[in-house]
Design a protein. Sequence first.
Length: 731
Amino acid sequence: MSKKKTRKPSHNRVANLSDTILSILKKDRNATYNYKQIASKLNITDASGRNQIIKKLAALKQKGDIEEIDRGKFKAINNTEYYTGTLDMTSKGSGYVICEEFTDDIYIASNNINQALDGDTVELYIYKRRKNGRMEGEITNIINRKKSEFVGIIQIHEKKNFAFVVPDDSKMYTDIFVPINKTLKAEDGDKVLVRLEEWEAKASSPNGKVIKVLGKPGLHSTEIHSILAEYGLPAEFPQEVEDFANSIDLEIKPEEIAKRRDMRKDLTFTIDPKDAKDFDDALSFTVLENGNYEIGIHIADVSHYLQEGTILDDEAYERATSVYLVDRVVPMLPEILSNGACSLRPHEEKYTFSAVFEMNEKTEILNQWFGRTVTYSDARFAYEEAQAVIESGTNNIPAEVSLTGEAYNTSEDISYAILKLDQLAKKMRIKRMAHGAISFDKVEVKFNLDEDANPVGVFFKTSKDANKLIEEFMLLANRKVSEFVSKKKPEKTFVYRVHDEPDDTKLASLQTVVSRFGYKLNFKDRKTTTASLNKLLSDVNGRKEQNLVDTLAIRTMSKAEYTTKNIGHYGLAFDYYSHFTSPIRRYPDVMAHRLLQRYLDGEKSANGEVYEEKCKHSSNMENLATKAERDSIKYMQVKFMQDHQDEEFLGVISGATEWGIYVEIISNKCEGMVRTKDIKGDYYEFDAENYAIVGRDTKQVFQLGDEVIVKVKNADLVKKHLDFTLVGKPE
C-alpha cells in the first residue's frame, strides 16, 4: 500500500482582511496607503500575506469601497457617515457608544475599541453585521479623553527596570507600562496614581508615569485617598488658594451693612445636624400686626467673599461641590470661609442673601422680597433638639441651646416660632404632595467611628419633622427665586435644577420587581403614576424590602441636573426650581446668587452659553462626588463586616445574576454576593424572568425578596466587595 501523500499547509489566510484594510483606511481618512504600509500595520512580513493584501486592495477598488489616488496608493471612499458619542465600556472589554442620533446604543466589539477608554468622547462609523443585522460600530478617532489618571497597584518587574500599574477600575481593560525612572520610587504592591503619557499605535498598553504613591492597599488612609484620586477629586487646597482665602477681609463693616436690609433684630436661628460645622441657612420668624407671618430664609452670602476672576473662585468652580465621605468632608471652600466667615454661627453677625415671605395660616404667599441682608443668629439647634420642641408641643427649649438677642431672648418666643413653622411646613408638604410630588425618604446608612475612623457601629438616618421643616422652607426659597427670575421680561439666563420625567421602560421594570412583593403600580397618567409611587414608598416603610424598593424606585427616575434650559422638576412637581440655599457647598447656588443680584440691579441677561457650560461642569462634578461618597460607604461597610465574620445575619435577596445572588443584611444594609458555585447540595441556574436562581435537581428557589441567613466569607477592602456564604433560609 502506497503511503498517502499529504498536502503542504498553505500560508495562513488573514481573517476578515477586507474589513481590516477598510478599518485602517477609514481611521486615517485623509491618508493614503500602499500594500507595504498596510502589511506593516498588520505585522505581515511573508510574501503570501502581502499578496493577499494586494488582491484585497484590487477587489475593494473594484467594489468602489476605496480609490487609487496614485499608482499603488489607496484611500477610503468616504461613503460612510461618521458620528460622535460617548463610550461606555463593559468589564469584558467591549463597549457601547451613546449617540444622540440613535435611540439604541451602538455596540463596539473589543477589537474595534482602538485605544478608546470608558467615558471618552469618540468618533465612530456604524455598519450592520451580516449575521444578525444589528448596528455595530468602530471607533475611528478619540476626540477627548474623559480621564488620564488612574488608581491601581504597581507591579515592579523582577529585573526592576520597568513596571506595570494594574488599574482598580474594572472598565479599564489594559494595564499601564511605567519606566522605572517614572515610578516615583513606589514599591512593588503599592497603590499609586498613574497618569497616561502616550499610547503608540502598535502598543497593547499605554505608557504612563506615577504621580502619587497612595500607600499600602487595605490601609484606611490609602483607600480613602484612592477613592478621591480615582475620581480626580482633590484631598487638599493648593497653598496659594489657602493664602488668598486667609488674606480676605472678613470684618462686618458699617458701610457694607448700609447697602443691605438690616434684619439683625429679627428672631433668627439655625437647625442642622448635630455634627455640622458649616451653617449655610437660617430661618427668621416675626408675627406681623395683621396676624400674618414674616418668614425669612437667610443664606450665607458666599458671593460677597468669592469674587469672580480670583484663584479662590477658580478653585471653587473646579471643585463645584463639597464631597461628603464617611470619615471626612472635602469642602468646596477653605475652612476660613466654610466654617468661619460664611457659616451662620450662633451669636454672630453675618452677611446673608435672603428670601423673605409674608405668609398666612393657609401658607399663601402674600408678599415676597429678595436681596442682600445682614443677620444675627440667636440660637443654633441640632435636628434632635428642634424635634424635641416639636414633639413636646410646649415652650421647652433643651438646656444645650444657648439663647441671646436684643428683641427676642426667651424660650417662649423661639419655641412658638419652631412650632408655628412646623405647622406651616406640614401644610406646605401636603399641598406639594397633592400637586404630584414624590416622597423619597430613603434611609441613609451612617457609621459610628472610633478615634482612628474605624466603624464600630451602624445606624440609620431618617427624616423627622424637624428635618422636613427645614426642607420645606428651603424648597420654598429655591422655587420662588427661580420663579421670580423666570418671569422677568425679556427672558433672563438662570441656573435651574431640572428633573425630567421617568423612563417608561424603567417604570415597567420597577412594576415587575415590586409585584414580587405584592405591590401594584398604575402608570396610566402622571397623576396616577406619582400617586402609586408614593403609596408604594409609604407601604414599604419599615419592611424588609424597603431599602431595595426605595433604591429601585429612585433608579427609575431621571437624573436631576443643572442647566439654563428650564423643563421643571418632576420629582418635586415644580414648574420652576433652582438651587439657592447651599452656596457653601454647591457652586450652582453661588451662580444663582450672582445672577439674582445682577437682575435685581437691573442689568441685562448673562451669556447663556457660558452658564450652560458651567452647569454641565457642575452636574459632572456632582456625579463624581456622589460616586466617591458611595464608594466610601461601601468601603466602610466592608471594613465593618471584617470584624463580624463569625456571625450569622438575616438578609434579603436584593438581586440575582448568572453568577450568584446579592443579599442585603437587614440590620445594617451591608450588601454582598453569594456565588452560585459556593452553594452546596445542587447546581443552581439563573432564572432571569423570575429574578431567581433555581436548583437543577432539588428545584429549590432563591428569589428576589426572599429572606436568607448568611455569613461573611470574604471582606475585600481593596475591591470594596463582600462575599457571603449561604447558611440557609430562616425557619
